[in-house]
Design a binder for this molecule. Sequence first.
Ligand code: GDP
Ligand code: MG
Length: 175
Amino acid sequence: GDFNQKIDYVFKVVLIGDSAVGKTQLLARFARNQFNVDSKATIGVEFQTKTLVIDNKTVKAQIWDTAGQERYRAVTSAYYRGAVGAMLVYDMTKRQSFDHMARWLEELRGHADKNIVIMLIGNKCDLGTLRAVPTEDAQEFAQRENLFFTETSALEATNVETAFLTILTEIYRII
Ligand code: GDP
Ligand code: MG
């Protein structure tokens, strides 16, 4: 655990995107290597932490998850406050969740520090046969908006660790 460990940095990273895209399961996979088959909409959870070593420094990642407010687009400015990273998550089988990324990005940029590192994530790549968002569409959007991009599966643990490590390493690089 974190007990008695010297922490060099704490990085706050926020998860945003439509309801049911898999934000909570991505966090469960990263922080606890778990996947909860019948996850209910999260109630009251604020953040989870995971401590890792980057370049010989101890970094505590504090990953914030919404408590279902995204349903009403009612994520508050307190949620974004102090964030140095953001993961914009869509469900690659739900076109609408990708189309909403521009709005989430606008909301994020309206609240967050201008140097925030942002990663676009197309989740549920295990459901490839139901894909509704071509990789190229997401790549193009990410390139235009200057975002990192990857596709993940919280269910099968595909690219989840890599996605978090990429954003945390980039945050470390620019601070
Ligand atoms: P949130 O509302 O964005 O936090 O979404 P959840 O993490 O609660 O996930 C919503 C639903 O999608 C749940 O039924 C999850 O089991 C499911 N889910 C989440 N991630 C994945 C994934 O990578 N693959 C599949 N097939 N289902 C997923
Ligand atoms: Mg959730």
